[in-house]
Design a protein around this ligand. Structure first.
Ligand code: PLP
Length: 380
């Protein structure tokens, strides 16, 4: 059987990785400025992470959600403590798309309404709130016919008001910093007004922190820069450092009912042990501070590179905007400079999403490699 060919592939096969380094099958080392698409939070193969996963798999890896599982409780406690949302409730699943699907379903159950408001260039996974995050709208058309989605421009609060006043919207879903869409953000005024409007019209405010959460922005959640309190927060990616796990944090005023949500694999012992060890490392190694400080250093260094038009983002969720499409530059960075970077819907944006353990010396290494590539590349 051959693989269903939906991913264009780079001709590199990683077989090994440690901290910010990925090693291919020929033994070549690559600097990972991409983190497997913002997934690697505590660095590849972190010793504490490996130890905890090994200890857990030797005991029990999985049993059903119909029995008690104290690792889930420990994970919820630690997540509440580090994120500042101790009074919220945690529902566990396996990915970002699944987290958002559950968030949207819950919003619909809670409000008795079904329409969703999302934003242009937003990306919430292949879900009901899927947005035209690629040029091919067929790929991302809404999957769930029960929940229609209205897409609005970011930062235009009057347009949101008009939609919410119609009375049929159950949820507004928004990323605090757009990932795939290209690192645009709502302003603090916009987020604050959005929070007020949602409360007024009994609409659930969902902050999609799948990419921006878990310390990547320099705070546990990127929306915490705006002083707002969402009703639901979705998480995945950095939560498991590569182990598939996702979840939603649900405000105390949204009550749970038995059977309302459910999953076979979500919250299994092994995933919870992995996710718990990630939080322990984020705390003991002060990775939120590191994300903020090294992110600021990155911005200061990258802003001086000739050819860089703009540096976007916060913490270690960053992008460099050029006045040309970056696909050739990315290839050169991988094949010749041995550095992984990311792309975006905006084809002129080079995305930078390294492990949160990255230090200044690796940033310097990246800056040197990029400067070299820009000098050699024929486009500019
Ligand atoms: N939400 C955001 C903001 C994302 O960036 C992504 C993936 O890139 C998703 C949701 C979907 O996550 P997953 O691929 O785990 O389903």
């Amino acid at each position: 059987m051959k693989l269903f060919d939906v991913y264009p592939l780079y001709n590199v096969e990683p077989v090994n990785a440690y901290n910010c380094i990925v090693v291919d099958k020929d033994g070549t080392e690559y600097l990972d400025m991409y983190g497997g698409h913002a997934v690697i939070s505590i660095g590849h193969s972190h010793p504490h992470y490996i130890k905890k996963i090994k200890e857990q798999i030797e005991k029990i890896g999985f049993y059903s959600n119909a029995v008690q599982n104290s690792i889930q409780t420990k994970l919820a406690e630690k997540l509440g403590q580090l994120s500042g949302y101790s009074n919220y409730q945690l529902f566990l699943c396996n990915s970002g798309a699944e987290a958002n699907e559950n968030a949207l379903k819950l919003a619909s159950f809670f409000t008795g309404k079904s329409r969703i408001v999302a934003f242009h260039n937003g990306f919430h996974g292949r879900t009901s709130a899927a947005v035209a995050a690629t040029d091919n709208s067929k790929i991302n058309s809404p999957l769930n016919s029960q929940q229609s989605v209205s897409f609005l421009p970011l930062n235009q609060i009057e347009l949101v008001k008009t939609e919410l006043e119609k009375g049929d919207v159950c949820a507004v879903i928004i990323e605090p910093i757009q990932g795939v869409g290209g690192l645009d953000e709502g302003t603090t005024d916009f987020f604050k007004a959005l929070e007020i409007l949602c409360k007024k019209h009994n609409v659930v405010l969902i902050l999609d922190e799948v990419q921006s959460g878990y310390g990547r922005s320099g705070k546990f959640f990127a929306h915490q820069y705006h002083g707002i309190t969402p009703d639901i927060i979705s998480v995945a990616k950095g939560m498991g450092n590569g182990f598939p796990i996702g979840g939603i944090l649900i405000a105390p005023h949204i009550p749970a009912l038995h059977g309302m949500l459910g999953t076979t694999f979500g919250g299994n012992h092994l995933a919870c042990a992995a996710a718990l060890s990630v939080l322990e490392v984020i705390e003991t190694e002060n990775l939120m501070d590191n994300a903020r400080i090294t992110g600021e250093y990155f911005i200061s260094q990258a802003s001086t590179i000739p050819g860089v038009q703009k540096v976007k983002g916060r913490g270690l969720m960053l992008g460099l905007e050029f006045d040309f499409e970056v696909s050739e530059l990315r290839k050169k960075m991988i094949y010749e400079k041995h550095v992984f970077t990311g792309g975006a819907m905006n084809k002129k944006l080079l995305r930078i999403l390294p492990p949160l353990t990255i230090r200044k010396k690796e940033i310097d290494q990246f800056i040197n490699a990029l400067q070299g590539a820009l000098v050699e590349i024929p486009i500019i």
